[in-house]
Write a protein that binds this ligand. Structure first.
Ligand code: PAF
Length: 281
């Protein structure tokens, strides 16, 4: 596996692939890799002859300086995991190379960034768009793979690709879960033992909510989910919203002919976890 630290080196690598007409599958990450990331690489490898990953903890998407400071970083282990997953190359840029000057670009996502993550993490999606657009520019991928756990992020990236006329196909891959149902996340590493133990309640509650959704209204399901999780005493729901999967407009009813997705953010102590589920199973 080729480990690329510098932009000119990446440019040469990409140029070589383009000359050979090889399709590039791209998996951008912030490191602290887990099975969820490796499944993105697996999906890319199935589809593209070359898979390139990036590892970069992007400061502009963190609205909380402590979250940025505490974000898990372990490059050595990440590189071993990528090599075992037969990833072809990884780009590991420095902050000064990615942001030689302050990025002042402000993206317009037509309102899909104003609720849920966007409402609770102001500026987060603008930062995601800043880094992903830079990475797309440098890597020039044919296909890019993102996890469906970050459901709203995928919608934002699709919107950005459309608005900027970028020639890259976005593929959303299913959420990968621990055996107890907890959605895999780099932040799971930061959970205390007792929060880790209770955290699967999030997915369990979402699954029960889907089962109940035949007989209950959207507001009833929303209250039930929030109460059930908060009753644990250890978890605190920040938001639970049901939206359609296209425009991310809050759904008033489950019977609207749309694919309704229940999206949740939960505080487990100081760690913020997100998850989602489709109500149209
Ligand atoms: O999902 C992530 O890990 C990040 O938001 C991404 C897409 C790598 C951009 O920094």
């Amino acid at each position: 596996m080729q480990v690329i630290y510098k932009i000119p080196e990446l440019a040469l690598y990409i140029e070589r692939l383009k000359k050979q007409n090889l399709e590039i599958g791209f998996v951008p990450t912030m490191g602290a890799l887990h099975e969820g990331h490796l499944s993105l690489i697996g999906n890319s490898k199935k589809r593209c002859p070359v898979t390139l990953t990036s590892i970069f903890v992007n400061p502009t998407q963190f609205n909380d300086p402590n979250d940025l400071k505490n974000y898990p970083r372990d490059l050595e282990t990440d590189l071993k995991k990528l090599a075992s997953a037969s990833c072809d190359a990884v780009f590991v840029p420095s902050e000064s190379d990615m942001y030689p000057e302050k990025d002042t670009r402000v993206f317009d996502f037509d309102g899909i960034d104003t609720l849920m993550e966007g409402e609770h993490r102001p500026g987060h999606f603008n930062g995601v768009a800043q880094i992903v657009s830079k990475l797309f520019d440098l890597v020039n991928p044919d296909v890019a793979f993102f996890g469906q756990k970050d459901f709203q992020q995928v919608a934002i990236i699709r919107k950005m690709v459309k608005k900027l006329n970028l020639n890259v196909q976005i593929v959303a891959c299913p959420i990968i879960r621990e055996t107890d149902g907890l959605a895999m996340s780099s932040r799971n590493l930061l959970l205390t033992e007792e929060h880790r133990k209770i955290a699967p309640l999030i997915h369990q509650t979402l699954m029960q909510a889907v089962a109940k959704s035949n007989g209950l209204s959207v507001p009833q399901i929303k209250s039930w989910v929030v109460e059930t999780i908060n009753q644990s005493g250890l978890l605190k729901v920040e938001y639970f919203e049901v939206v359609d999967d296209q425009q991310l407009i809050p759904s008033k009813t489950f019977k609207n002919g749309k694919n309704n997705i229940g999206c949740i953010a939960v505080w487990a102590g100081n760690i913020r976890l997100i998850d989602n589920i489709s109500f149209n199973l």
